[in-house]
Design a protein around this ligand. Structure first.
Ligand SMILES: [Zn+2]
Length: 123
């Protein structure tokens, strides 16, 4: 397969597959944690092969260091700490920090912009 961007239909299929894999990983986690870790590695392989990102819904469900599936309260903890979401992986003790101030700011900006567009359309 050639490198570079994939056609949209291929990306759609890849996203669907990753979604299925992560849902399975979530379902299997309590009985079979090893199986869920394997599903995450399959999903990562798909994301690399098709040059797509892991769906944002699942981006926080795996460890960025050891790539194991993280289920809050079972093998990870999520804490809010000065404008950051701290996700701690109990498998390798890696701590991921995701700032959410930027997200808040972007949301606010989008709201203002949509308001301006609406206003402009009314005039
Ligand atoms: Zn980890």
């Amino acid at each position: 397969m050639r490198r570079g961007r994939r056609p949209k239909w291929m990306i759609d299929i890849a996203n669907e597959r990753m979604d299925i894999l992560f849902s399975l990983a979530k379902k299997e986690f309590s009985d079979n944690p090893d199986r869920s870790h394997r599903y995450v590695s399959y999903a990562r392989k798909i994301s690399k092969k098709y040059n797509t990102k892991i769906p944002s819904k699942w981006r926080r469900s795996y460890c960025k260091n050891c790539y194991k599936f993280l289920n809050p309260s079972q093998n990870s903890s999520i804490r809010l700490c000065d404008g950051e979401v701290n996700i701690k992986c109990y498998e390798c003790n890696h701590r991921m920090k995701i700032p959410y101030k930027k997200e808040k700011k972007l949301k606010r900006r989008a709201k203002i912009e949509s308001y301006i567009i609406k206003k402009r359309n009314n005039e």
